[in-house]
Design a protein around this ligand. Sequence first.
Ligand code: ZN
Length: 399
Amino acid sequence: MANSTLMTMLCSAAVVLTATGAAPEHFQPRAKELLADSIELEKNAHCLNVVYFTGNDMQPTAEADRRISELLLYLQQFYGKEMQRNGFGKHSFGLSLTDCGNVDICYIKGKQPHKSYAYGTGHDACIAEVEAWFKANPGKKKSTHTFIIMPTWQDEGYSDKNPGGVPFYGYGRYCFALDYTDFDIRHLGQKTPEGRLLTKWYGGFAHELGHGMNLPHNNGTVDVNKALGTPLMGSGNYTFGMSPTYLTHSSCAILSNTEIFVPAGSTHQFYSIDHEPAVHHVEFMRKGDMLELYLEVSTDVAHINAYVQDPPYAVNQDYEAVAFSCTMGTRNGKRVAGVVIPLYELGNLENKDSGELGLDILIQTYEGSRFRWRIPFDLSKQAAGTPIETGKPTFMRGY
Ligand code: ZN
């Protein structure tokens, strides 16, 4: 009884502290230190579903609740600060918290042994069980974005020192990451084996969560990389916590129209449209050392990004795609978008001078859907000042 009264008091105190932006009382000192300069984020309309999933023969790793909460709250601040720096306000992904200030994590025990939920093959079985659990616990599903964390396997191949075995990737609006004993924010930035291991798996955790929140891979421009380091959705999963890592403006533009980033009061029905946005007009041109892109599109378009990359375009071959954000406006009842791409900002793309490059135009609507149109071109065959042939838009969805 006394313990429960004490716990209630601790929880009440934590709630007050959380409201002022500081870390909950029971967080470890290093977490409190890292969260000390937290910004007060805008309230969200929808929250990320956080699931801790184990096979029927596994348990969550010790202190998962505190460790994962600290890691997620720090990451929420990282995304929020990057959104603010890029001019999108103090918006981050929403997290539902318990009275104690921990993240409200859904602990779900699978119906099968852990080996049934393996890397590369186990995600569909896991998702089916998670969705069945949400159906049985309807109040727990806060959005269509779900982050699933599984503890590392412990066998001849994997252990707490060499975690793995479980799914670790984005998969539509689901994303998967893993947990292990030293997956603890107190190791962040430490030049120790635990610190290096944390960067690998926490950087991956942050990056895969980006995929689960609609983000594709991208690289920054030469100038921005020089100023800010490595983009999280490029190779920033290897630098996060160790050296400067950032979100590109293009990534933040997508997040600003993502279900779990929009502010309280938003009434958009996310991912609900079944038609492509109309492209009324497009101009793509080389002018000296620059490319110019101009589009007129339908009014349901919120934002347009342009990515330039070398082929091949296959999954995970696009880390080097240099991202540019269009400036958006409205004219005569149409959305207009334009961007200038200085060629030197493309850095060392192999085919920059000669050979095929792909311009990907990513169109995002206000209700979050993304449509990608790829235009191949070759600068060595393109006289300056002449339009580059774009053809008619052919969209790939969900990118
Ligand atoms: Zn990735």
